[in-house]
Design a protein around this ligand. Structure first.
Ligand code: G3I
Length: 407
């Protein structure tokens, strides 16, 4: 008997069994299956799909974004080459996710490599795809210290430009890009990683050159100018300030809170904070919640202020681990899956509180992850929900089960 036939027979037995037990039970008896499935449909899914051998693009596979649609969108970072119709990559994107970020194609070095050159092709392509398939696009990122070409900061003689010149370049850069995508790109990471690891403002060229330009005592000026320009170019776009370790470092969360509070009080149009969430398998989810609560105090100033999860992945190595291989024992995988499930449980909680509506993974299969080469090169990491062959991992199924149990 082939596997599919065997599973159909099992399904028939399961349906018959559940019908019989339903007839025989009284209404106030506890349901022993509660928490694992929520409906006959979910039961059928559990029984019919061979969880060890399902590809993310299979017709029978569930859809991650549909599973969580009552709470938030689920997205991924991707590259323009993934948009070639008919490929497995394309099918995965369409089926599993409904919000997309270009992993590298909309960063300053890609979009604005020299003063007179803008490259819109990659993001244009994503926008076209999103319009056709009813998806959301995140623009990542307008202002960053990394992947930002030198021409912004230097003149033709190689001297650093004045604050006035850099402000003019900044405004022109932000205005041109955001205007080009007015009404098409729904969310912008306006500024990325403006805080340093210790929590204060990063010592970037933006900060060094523009500094406290308006003389009001803070040096948030380049950030403020970027947000104002973005808002003027597209008043309907959601404008995000994006950073890493906010979920794990209390001091960084407090710095972010203090900085954004000050800017909101001055009327700077910041709609939310992006938590990148490059976490590892030891992440403490209670700490994540308490750090998010610090950020959410900003709702006292702007009741509509949101958070987004913008770059989620979970390394199989702790930060100080320099090894290149990890043994995926049952125990390890169980801990890994449990941490992911706890995080998504928290995301559901936050969505139900009305503060989170978008969770984006930093990639859609383990093979493409930046964590295979950073911080240790030549490493084999498994930080995502889909494996290198595009098969759904047990982690993926844990999340599908979680969604079913909460529905
Ligand atoms: O395009 C060149 C290619 O021509 C060259 O041959 C090759 C040789 O190294 O490099 C290629 O560029 C690489 C680029 O990714 C595209 O693949 C860069 O070296 C590499 O540094 C770059 O890494 C990206 C990294 O940002 C840069 O900081 C990662 O793919 C990308 O995942 C990562 O994404 C960032 C987010 O934007 C912000 N938050 C952290 C996150 C992870 O670092």
């Amino acid at each position: 008997m082939k596997m599919k036939q065997l599973l159909s027979v099992l399904l028939a037995f399961a349906i018959l069994f559940s019908a019989l037990t339903a007839c025989g039970s009284t209404s106030d008896e506890p349901d022993s299956t509660a928490g694992t499935t929520s409906s006959t449909e979910a039961t059928e899914e559990v029984v019919t799909v061979d969880r060890d051998n399902t590809y993310a693009y299979d017709e029978d596979a569930p859809s991650l974004y549909e599973a969580f649609s009552q709470w938030f969108k689920v997205g991924t970072a991707m590259n323009p080459s993934d948009l070639e119709e008919g490929t497995e990559e394309f099918e995965i994107l369409v089926k599993q996710y409904n919000v997309f970020t270009l992993e590298n194609g909309s960063k300053p070095d890609a979009m604005h490599p020299s003063e007179d050159v803008y490259n819109f092709d990659a993001l244009d392509q994503l926008v076209e795809f999103a319009n056709e398939y009813d998806k959301t696009v995140r623009g990542h990122t307008l202002i960053w210290h990394s992947q930002c070409p030198d021409w912004f900061f230097y003149d033709d003689e190689g001297n650093t430009v004045s604050a006035e010149v850099l402000i003019e370049r900044l405004i022109e850069h932000v205005t041109t890009i955001v205007s080009h995508y007015k009404g098409e790109v729904d969310v912008w990471d306006v500024c990325n990683e403006v805080l340093g690891d210790s929590g204060g403002l990063r010592d970037s060229m933006w900060y060094q050159i523009i500094g406290d330009y308006d003389g009001d005592g803070d040096s948030y000026d380049y950030i403020e100018i970027a947000f104002v320009a973005a808002h003027e170019a597209d008043p309907d776009a959601r404008l995000i300030i994006n950073d890493y370790s906010l979920e794990s470092s209390e001091s960084k969360a407090i710095s972010m809170y203090m900085m954004v509070k000050s800017m909101l009080e001055q009327g700077i149009p910041i709609d939310g904070i992006g938590l990148q969430m490059h976490v590892d398998y030891t992440i403490d989810v209670d700490t994540v919640r308490s750090n998010i609560d610090i950020l959410l105090k900003l709702r006292n100033i702007d009741p509509d202020f949101v958070i987004e999860v913008t770059e989620l992945d979970m390394s199989c190595f702790t930060w100080d681990d320099t090894s290149t291989e990890v043994e995926l024992t049952d125990e390890f995988v169980e801990q890994f899956d449990t941490k992911y499930t706890e995080l998504f449980e928290l995301f559901i909680e936050l969505a139900e509180e009305g503060v989170l509506d978008s969770v984006v993974m930093w990639g859609y299969n383990d093979g493409m992850s930046w964590l295979n080469s950073y911080p240790v090169s030549g490493r084999t990491n498994y930080p995502l929900l889909i494996d290198r062959d595009y098969k759904l991992k047990s982690t993926y199924w844990s999340l599908i089960d979680l969604a079913a149990s909460k529905s």
